[in-house]
Design a protein around this ligand. Sequence first.
Ligand code: FES
Length: 378
Amino acid sequence: MSSDVTTGQGGRPSREELDAMSPEELARLAGDLDDVEVVHNTPQYPIEGTRAEKRAERSVALWFAISALSGLAFVVAFIAWPWEYVNVGEPGHEIYSLYTPVVGLTFGLSILALGIAVVQAVKKLFPAEVSVQQRHDGPSDDVDRRTILAQLADTGQKTTLGRRKLIQRTAGLAAGVLGIGTGVIALGGIIRDPWAAGEDAPLWHTGWRPENGETVYLRSDTGIVGEIARVRPEDMEPGSMMTVFPFRESERGNEEELLHAQRASDAPVMLIRLRPGTEVTPRPGQENFNYGDFYAWSKVCTHLGCPTSLYQAQDNRILCPCHQSQFLATEDAEPVFGPAARPLPQLPIRVNEEGYFVAESDFVEPVGPAFWERPKTT
Ligand code: FES
C-alpha cells in the first residue's frame, strides 16, 4: 500500500477513512478520483415493479432461456445424433445428412440468443447515463484499485440487475449450458476410448492388415459397390496413378463389409507406376516394398489428412491440394515442399501367382497426421 493511502496525503483518503466509507461512498469516490463527472443519469424505471418493467425483464429472460435451451439441444445433438457416414439411398442417410446442420444451428442459435439477451438487458434495463472523464497517464494507484470494485458493485446496483432474480437465473443457465457445450466440443473427440480393443484397437492398424492368413488384394473403385476389380500390373500405363482399396475374398458379395473396407479413412492408397528407368531411393528397411516400377503410398497426407491424389509424372511429384505439400516419389515420398513433415507411408506390395497385386503386410508406420482416426463402430 502506498503512503498516500495510509496517511491520507495529497488530498486522498487514508486507510481508516476508506474503511469507514459505505459502498456507495466508495463508488462516488472512485468517480471523483478518476475525474469522472456524471452529467446525466436517469433510471429506466424510476418506480419499481411497473408492468413495463416486468415486460422488459421477461423479454430479456426469454432470450437467455432460448440460449440455454439451444445450448442444451446442441450438447444432446453433438453426443447422440448419428454422425457416421451413410451412403445416399441407404436407410438413415437423411438423418446422417442433418448432423452438421443441426449441430451448427443449435450452437449458433445459442450464441445469438445470448448476444440478443445481453443487448436487450443493456437497452431496456440499464439507466441512461452520460459521463465525462478526463484522461490521465500512468498506472492506477492503490486507492484506484481499491475503489474500482466498489464502483463495479455500485454499477451493478444502478443497472438493477442485482435485484432481478429471473434474469440472473436465466443468464446463469444460458452461460452455464453454453460453457458445457464448449467443453463438449473440446472433449467430444475423446469421449470414446480408442484403445478399448487393446492390440486390435483400430489406431494400431489399417484395413490392409492381413487377418487369419487371408490375402489382401489391391482393388480399384468402379463406382459399383458389389463389383470387384482386382488390379494387375498390365492395368496401368507407365507414369499413371490409381487409387486402390483393400479387398478380401471373404468380403465378396457382402456389400456392408465392402463399403466398410472402402470407407475407412486410412484405407486409400495411391498405386503409382513410375516411368521405366526412374530411380527411387528407398528408405532403410523398405527396399523390397515396391514391385518393379509399381509403388504404393498412403493417399492420406501426413500434414492434416487431405487426399494427396495429384501425381505429376513429369517430375515425379505427389501434390496435396489442401496446403500444397509436395512429396517426391523418387525419394520414397519424402516431403520436399509445404507443411507436411513426414513422408507418405509405403505399403509393401507384390504380385501373387494369379497375377494380382496383393499387400505383403499392413503399413509399418502410422498413416496420416498422427493417431487421429475415430474408432470403427460395430
Ligand atoms: S493436408 Fe496436405 S498439405 Fe495440409
